[in-house]
Design a protein around this ligand. Structure first.
Ligand code: KIV
Ligand code: ZN
Length: 515
């Protein structure tokens, strides 16, 4: 085992997708998986195959596509879950099954209703079954952060004997504090007699804002795999953010005894892709990938940075993928220039049809906007409207009237399964009027949970990127739209959310079941 290497296990496609509204289609997952592979992520957790037919097919599609990263599927410690994960991963060049069972007193008693002895027995059985599919098996004692250390030592020793090659210690509810979590890892490594036979990993949630701190404390104390997500996406307050972990370790090589083998220049493009697909925008002051992460507002800082960058910057913007030369294309740029720039940005298309669709969207954008930046191109390809095959609803045209002293009004034509329907409505503003007009024909019975607008680049000709979150009968989806006209972007985001609701299917949550 190479003790200098920190393994990066990305769970954006599994735990990240457990954020309300972040569900992704199979094609979107494959696109993100390719971006993670390009970044040289070691392990990609592609999903929870037993959750639904769609989840199974997504994991299978990622397993068939990805060649340079290990593809992992999650399974509870149940035969049916493990068999399904094994089946979904059968085409993977390198496959891992990740099986888990809860070990904290509260989870064993209230959720599992099982005795500790039964939990150990089930964990061992699960690991042995997983080993019949692959020799790369990860075991997690769920809620390890609130489990008894003696019981953790007992179950971990047993599952390593049964063939687990990675032991992941999750702080499932984000309860731990860095010093204490670091000591837990150190103690487990010291006390478990066969701990040298497995890589120890951590998986921290951010309920107290400590997911990255806890993960790094674990690395200092011997963990050699970190589970994390792009932009810190994940259940509730999210998971440890990949970009923060990777850049902390890379920047402080004077302190950490190990490093990742990631290509960090892929971080920003990957962050934008995930934000665009999931509809979870990145806050401007987010470390590494926020729009302000390398911006210097105060005069003193600007002066210092101009004299010597190191006065206020500890990392180089270009090392995490912020490109210096961002003006790329205009309305006279042809298909070749468009394709070449996308290739330089590592944006690939599944088919000529997708490339042509994106090029025609680019032409529309370049007609409205003088300069098209890399960020515009990334939003253009991340926009899910064109990638949803067989989309049910489509905005054909929109006319809004907004005048001082008058009630705003929207008139639109909506395509419904290829048939055009007209609608009109007043509203408190043009966006409200457009949403009401759409609702007057679709009658979706949804509730609007979130509406947000961000500018993609600076300037008043910038595209507005709109996120709309809709809820219906407990199902939550995020829709996205981008346009130089924010009312059009809003209507598209609303329609995108409606289309996603039509696509989303009932699925099982890995951690809410009986076992
Ligand atoms: O947070 C958690 O405990 C998990 C497990 C399934 C590893 O996501
Ligand atoms: Zn988790």
């Amino acid at each position: 085992m190479n003790n200098d290497k920190l393994v990066i296990f990305d769970t954006t496609l599994r735990d990240g997708e457990q954020s309300p509204g972040a569900s992704m289609t199979k094609d979107e997952k494959v696109r993100i998986a390719k971006a993670l592979e390009r970044m040289r992520v070691d392990v990609i957790e592609a999903g929870f195959p037993i959750a639904s037919q769609g989840d199974f097919e997504s994991v299978e599609a990622v397993a068939k596509t990805i060649k340079d990263s290990t593809v992992c599927g999650l399974a509870r410690a149940l035969d049916k879950d493990i068999n399904r994960a094994g089946e979904a991963l059968k085409h993977a060049k390198s496959a891992r099954i990740h099986t888990f069972i809860a070990t904290s007193p509260i989870h064993m008693e209230k959720k599992l209703r099982m005795q500790p002895d039964e939990v150990v027995e089930q964990a061992v059985k699960a690991v042995k079954l997983a080993r019949s599919f692959t020799d790369n098996v990860e075991f997690s004692p769920e809620d390890a952060g609130r489990s008894e250390p003696d019981f953790l030592c007992r179950i971990i020793e047993a599952v390593i004997d049964a063939g687990a090659t990675t032991i992941n210690i999750p702080d499932t509810v984000g309860y731990n504090i860095p010093y204490q979590f670091g000591q837990l890892i150190k103690n487990l490594l010291e006390r478990i007699p066969n701990s040298d036979k497995a890589i120890f990993s951590v998986h921290c949630h951010n309920d107290l804002g400590l997911a990255v701190g806890n993960s790094l404390a674990a690395v200092i104390n011997g963990a050699r795999q970190v589970e994390c997500t792009i932009n810190g996406l994940g259940e509730r307050a999210g998971n440890a953010s990949l970009e923060e972990i990777v850049m902390a370790v890379r920047t402080r090589q004077d302190f950490f005894p190990c490093d990742t083998t990631l290509d960090t220049t892929q971080i920003v493009p990957c962050s934008r892709l995930v934000a665009g697909i999931t509809g979870f925008p990145v806050q401007p002051n987010k470390a590494i990938v926020g729009a302000n992460a390398f911006a210097h507002e105060s005069g003193i800082h600007q002066d210092g940075v101009l004299k010597s960058r190191e006065t206020y910057e500890i990392m180089r913007a270009q090392d995490v993928g912020w490109s210096a030369n961002r003006i790329v294309l205009g309305k006279h740029s042809g298909r070749n220039a468009f394709k070449t720039r996308l290739q330089e940005l590592n944006i690939e298309f599944n088919s000529e049809h997708d490339l042509n669709a994106a090029f025609s969207r680019f032409k529309d954008l370049a007609d409205k906007k003088h300069e098209v930046y890399d960020e515009d191109l990334q939003a253009l390809v991340a926009d899910s409207n064109w990638s949803i095959e067989n989309e049910h609803y489509k905005l054909v045209s929109l006319h809004v009237c907004s005048e001082t002293g008058e009630t705003p009004n929207a008139k639109l034509v909506l395509g419904i399964d290829g048939k055009e329907v007209k609608a009109a409505s007043d509203g408190s503003g043009p966006v409200d009027a457009a949403f009401r007009a759409i609702e007057s024909v679709v009658n979706s019975e949804t509730s609007l949970q979130l509406y947000s607008v961000n500018n993609i680049t600076s300037g008043t000709d910038a595209q507005g990127e709109v996120t709309v979150r809709l809820e219906k009968a407990g199902r939550i989806v995020n829709g996205q739209g981008a346009d130089t006209d924010i009312v059009i972007a809003s209507a598209n985001a609303y329609i995108n959310a409606l289309n996603k609701l039509m696509l989303s299917e009932k699925r099982e949550h890995p951690q809410h079941g009986d076992v």
